[in-house]
Design a protein around this ligand. Structure first.
Ligand code: BTN
Length: 250
């Protein structure tokens, strides 16, 4: 079993620059590593984002991945990305000024006053019998600097909130909160956390666009269903659920 004891009962393995904390932890997962390990890196040479994008990973920001073996279906395990996002938002809300808002943009982004502060990349494998063998939850959080040239506004805790937090300080706040949210998820599923997630949601009730590959659909962001899927209400009042996609507001 790898790692040194860390906050919230998790284990932590520290690295300098590596290719990607998700890639390394996936290899550990395939090798049978028990759940609860976090891989933390100072920088990543090949950080990965969602939709096959790269994640710019210079020193100064937080790059961490966490291994779980949730003993659920793969679909249910995918909602752990929402649980992770919620717990990170709750942790960061303790650090920023009360007038500032850390919000959740479905499915996996965290925004600070509307600009992207962090992203989550969840990767998992099935156990060959309809269940989930493991999930790796990767968190990239802009502590010191935001990437330049993104197609969306981006920020960091330093730039957007005047905070100089270290990765360890963030882990100390986040992991106990994540541990509590995880226990709730294990007993009640995402349905038990949905209201808490929606209370931090960006754009709830607003008009939104959802990109599904080449297709764009429009509607009012009406909420999430019990599986964490997005509910968009059309002009005629009917609601459609979407399990994936990229969400934009006005
Ligand atoms: C996104 O596209 O918004 C998700 C970004 C996830 C980046 C993190 S950084 C730590 C972990 N390792 C990776 O290669 N990616 C995730």
């Amino acid at each position: 079993m790898r790692g040194e004891p860390a906050f919230g009962g998790f284990r932590l393995e520290r690295h300098g620059e590596i290719d990607s904390t998700n890639t390394l932890l996936r290899a550990y997962a395939e090798g049978g590593e028990p759940e609860g390990l976090i891989v933390l890196a100072v920088a990543q040479a090949r950080g990965r984002g969602r939709h096959g994008r790269s994640w710019n990973s210079p020193p100064g920001n937080l790059y961490a991945s966490l291994l779980l073996r949730p003993q659920s279906s793969l679909a249910a395990a995918a909602t752990l990305a929402l649980v992770a996002g919620l717990s990170v938002a709750e942790a960061l809300q303790e650090h920023v000024q009360p007038r500032q808002r850390v919000t959740l943009k479905w499915p996996n982004d965290l925004l600070l006053d509307g600009a992207k502060l962090a992203g989550i990349l969840l990767e998992g494998a099935d156990d060959g019998a309809g269940g989930c063998a493991w999930v790796v939850i990767g968190l990239g959080l802009n502590l010191a600097r935001a990437p330049a040239g993104t197609p969306y506004p981006a920020t960091s805790l330093a730039e957007g909130a005047g905070l100089a937090l270290t990765p360890d300080e963030v882990l100390a706040t986040w992991l106990p909160i994540f541990g509590r949210r995880l226990r709730q998820w294990r007993s009640r599923g995402f349905a038990g956390l949905r209201d808490a997630w929606l209370a931090q949601a960006q754009g709830l009730g607003s008009q939104a666009r959802l990109r599904l590959g080449e297709r764009l659909v429009h509607g009012r962001f009406a909420g999430l269903d019990a599986d964490g899927a997005l509910l968009l209400e059309g002009a005629s009042g009917g609601t459609t659920r979407y399990a994936a996609g990229e969400l934009f507001f006005a």
